[in-house]
Design a protein around this ligand. Structure first.
Ligand SMILES: [Zn+2]
Length: 91
C-alpha cells in the first residue's frame, strides 16, 4: 500500500490533524517520520497529567503518537508542554 506524504492523520481523541514529528534515531520508537497530537486541549493529553500523578506521582503526561512505519499507536511521554516540539517537521 502506498502512503502519500501529505496524507492527513487525525487524532482519534480530539479529531485534530496530527503533527509530523521526526523521531530521534537514538529513541526506542524507531526512526523516521511519526505523528504526534500536539493539541494542548486534547483529552488524551489533558487526562494524562492526572493519570501520571495518580499512578506514578510524577509531573508528566503523554501525547497521542502514531508510527506509520510500524502502525503502532499509543502514548509518548512528555514532561512539559513543550517537550518533543523541537523535532516537529514544518510543512
Ligand atoms: Zn489529540
Amino acid at each position: 500500500m502506498k502512503m502519500t506524504v501529505d496524507e492527513k492523520i487525525i487524532c482519534p481523541y480530539c479529531h485534530r490533524e496530527m503533527t509530523k514529528w521526526a523521531c530521534p534515531p537514538e529513541s526506542t520508537w524507531g526512526e523516521g517520520v511519526h505523528y504526534i497530537c500536539f493539541n494542548d486541549e486534547c483529552s488524551y493529553y489533558v487526562r494524562g497529567w492526572a493519570w501520571m500523578m495518580e499512578k506514578y506521582a510524577v509531573h508528566a503526561s503523554y501525547r497521542y503518537h502514531f508510527n506509520p512505519i510500524t502502525g503502532e499507536r499509543g502514548p509518548i511521554p512528555v514532561w512539559d508542554g513543550n517537550a518533543l516540539k523541537n523535532a516537529i517537521i514544518e510543512d
